[in-house]
Design a protein. Structure first.
Length: 381
C-alpha cells in the first residue's frame, strides 16, 4: 500500500487501526499455489483469525489449519467445510478432543495420551499423528517446535509405544505430521526437516498423507534473507517423487503456512502523541502499545516503522514507545526514522500476522479496529 493510501485510511477511520492489503494476501496465495503443485495447502489461521481474511484465503483454494475449538468455529462461520479443516494442539482434555473429532475435523494427535483417548472413543479408525523428530528452526526459542525442549508431538523415541497403542485399538496410522518452527528463512532447514520425516515414514506401512507444517519466513528487516519459494517448490517435488518411488505408492503431502500469507499485508497505523528527551534518548510516544502488537516485547522482534506523514524527512534516532504502563512497551529502540512531530502517523509494517490475533485489552485499553483493502475499497472487517 502507498503512503497516501495509509494516510487516507487514518483520516477516515482514525488511529490506531490495523489495515490489511487483500491484494497482497491473494498474491502470496498465488505464489504458493503455483510453486507447490498437487500439494494440499492449509492456512495456519492462528496468524490472523479475522473471518474475512480466513474467507479470502479459503477462496484461493486453501484449507484451514486450526489449534482451538474457537478457530474451528471461526472457519465454519466463514463457510469452510469440516473436511477442509485440520486441528493440531497440545495439552487438550478428553472432552475437547472428542468434540473436535465428532465435528468431522481431521486431528493430528499430539501425544500418546491423545492416541489412547482417540482409540477408546473411535476404535478401528485411521489416525494422523504429530511427531517430534528433533529438528527445529525459527526466529526465537519460543517458536522452535522440534527438539528436546519442545512440548509438541510424540517424541521419536516413543514410536514403538505409538504403534503398540494403535494396534491395541485397531487404529491405522495413515498420516504423519510435523512442524519445526516459525519464521524459518532458509530452504535448507525445511528440507532437513522433510528428510527426517520421510526417513521415519518408511517405518510406517499404511501411510496416505504426510504433513510438513508451516513456518515459512518473511523478511522483517531490510536485508533479511527472503525464503526462496521457487527453489523450495522444486526441492519438494524432487524429494517427494523420490520418496513415492521407494515407498511404492503415491503419498499426498501438505504444508500449513500462516505468517507467509498475511504478515506483509498488514500495517498497524498509530499516531504520535508525545515526544520527550533525556540526555541520551529521544522517546516518540504513540497511541498504541504492546497490547496491540506484542511481538517486539515478547520476541524482541523487528518491525519496520515508517513516518507516513513525513516519509522523506531527515532521519533521527528515536525509541518508539507505547502507551501501556510497562517499561518493555516499546516498538523500536534507537531506530532511525524520518523526523516526527505530534500528530504524525506512523506505519508499523509486517504486522498482519500475530498482531491483532495476539492483542489484548491490557490496561483496559481497547483493541484497535481492523480494515481490509481490496482494490481501492476499504471496509471494516
Amino acid at each position: 500500500m502507498q503512503n497516501s493510501e495509509l494516510l487516507k485510511a487514518t483520516k477516515k477511520f482514525g488511529t490506531p487501526i490495523y489495515l490489511y492489503d487483500g491484494e497482497k494476501i491473494k498474491e502470496q496465495c498465488r505464489e504458493l499455489k503455483s510453486n507447490f503443485l498437487n500439494i494440499d495447502l492449509y492456512y495456519a489461521c492462528k496468524a490472523n483469525t479475522n473471518p474475512e481474511i480466513v474467507k479470502l484465503i479459503a477462496s484461493q483454494g486453501f484449507g484451514i489449519e486450526t489449534v482451538s475449538p474457537g478457530e474451528i468455529a471461526i472457519a465454519r462461520r466463514a463457510g469452510i467445510p469440516a473436511s477442509k479443516i485440520t486441528f493440531t494442539c497440545s495439552s487438550i482434555d478428553e472432552q475437547e478432543l472428542v468434540s473436535v473429532v465428532k465435528q468431522g475435523v481431521k486431528v493430528h494427535l499430539d501425544s500418546l495420551y491423545q492416541v489412547e483417548i482417540f482409540g477408546k472413543h473411535f476404535p478401528g479408525r485411521e489416525i494422523s499423528v504429530r511427531l517430534n523428530l528433533w529438528v527445529g528452526g525459527g526466529h526465537h526459542s519460543h517458536v522452535i517446535t522440534g527438539g528436546p525442549d519442545s512440548k509438541f508431538g510424540v517424541d521419536v523415541s516413543q514410536i514403538k509405544q505409538l504403534k503398540e497403542l494403535a494396534q491395541k485399538y485397531n487404529l491405522k496410522i495413515t498420516e504423519l505430521q510435523q512442524h519445526i518452527g516459525s519464521n524459518v528463512p532458509r530452504v535448507s532447514i525445511f528440507i532437513k526437516g522433510m528428510q527426517v520425516l520421510l526417513k521415519t515414514a518408511f517405518t510406517f506401512s499404511e501411510l496416505k498423507h504426510l504433513h510438513f507444517g508451516g513456518g515459512f519466513g518473511i523478511p522483517y528487516k531490510i536485508g533479511d534473507e527472503k525464503l526462496n519459494i521457487v527453489k523450495f517448490g522444486k526441492e519438494v517435488k524432487k524429494l517427494i517423487s523420490n520418496f513415492n518411488r521407494k515407498y511404492g505408492k503415491k503419498i499426498q503431502i501438505s504444508f500449513e503456512p500462516g505468517r507467509y500469507l498475511v504478515a506483509e499485508a498488514g500495517s498497524l497505523l498509530v499516531k504520535v502523541t508525545d515526544i520527550k528527551k533525556n540526555p541520551t534518548k529521544t522517546f516518540v510516544g504513540v497511541n498504541s502499545g504492546m497490547n496491540h502488537l506484542v511481538r517486539p516485547a515478547m520476541y524482541d522482534s523487528h518491525h519496520e516503522i515508517i513516518n507516513v506523514s513525513n516519509p522523506n524527512g531527515k532521519k533521527e534516532k528515536v525509541t518508539i514507545a507505547g502507551n501501556i504502563c510497562e517499561s518493555g512497551d516499546v516498538f523500536a529502540k534507537n531506530r532511525l526514522i524520518a523526523k516526527t512531530k505530534i500528530g504524525d502517523v506512523l506505519a508499523i509494517k509486517n504486522a498482519g500476522a500475530y498482531g491483532y490475533a495476539m492483542s489484548s485489552d491490557y490496561n483496559s485499553r481497547l483493541k484497535p479496529k481492523e480494515f481490509l483493502m481490496l482494490g481501492k475499497k476499504i471496509r471494516r472487517v
